[in-house]
Design a protein around this ligand. Sequence first.
Ligand SMILES: O=C(O)[C@H](O)[C@@H](O)[C@H](O)[C@H](O)COP(=O)(O)O
Length: 260
Amino acid sequence: MSAPQVVVHRDKELMAQAAAARLITKIVDAQAARGSASVVLTGGRNGNGLLAALAEAPARDAVDWARLDLWWGDERFLPDGDPERNETQARAALLDSVPLDPARVHAMAPAGGPYGNDADAAAEAYAAELAAAAGPEDHGPVPSFDVLLLGVGPDTHVASLFPELPGVREDERTVVGVHGAPKPPPTRVTLTLPAIRAAREVWLLAAGADKAQAAAIALSGAGEIQAPAAGARGRSRTLWLLDEAAASQLPRDLYRPASA
Ligand SMILES: O=C(O)[C@H](O)[C@@H](O)[C@H](O)[C@H](O)COP(=O)(O)O
């Protein structure tokens, strides 16, 4: 697994714009090299902020949207179309504005959908969908995502893997249901750390002073059970994209501000 790299931007707007530009380049390079690209989306303000910045990016349509696979790192287990669902928010921020191939947009099942209110069944179904998309060159029953995006909670959670809860301890299954999540809604579906670590690159997004302690803890050697963000590592790259407020408690030897 790759050691974390830290890039710090002046503020959350610039961080979102720079991350969007970085993602466009990564997708374009993957499509040039392999004919397609795959990205895992995350919920929350920073994840959706990146998508909104991407929607406005001048180079947006350098991406061949029809050859992009989109997955989710987690989903709030709510009815289809619920404004709090990560899918709903991602569609509003970007997805409904670009010509994606609907068959390549892999949303996690909603509550009241094909699996009713059974989040564990929805998780099993998503794990099966991931396994079906994996190829012989992949590392396990998950496609080798080009970029897996993660927001970071103030408690160091990523996706819906919360400190000390069962999900972060899961070392076999790739997707699990979450019950009693401390961040509402309580019922969720999430990739596990083994699935996250199958990604070529993992990018963690954190902006704001309320994330400073989480970033410092996760980047200072904490264990993944106590600090799930510390376990979110890519096979070839782990990149923390912060604004100065979120980086304010990091040791100075960890980074130099990328934008004055
Ligand atoms: O379902 C969710 O809420 C997200 O997947 C969650 O993991 C989020 O990314 C973090 O809580 C950070 O959220 P903010 O960027 O809004 O702080």
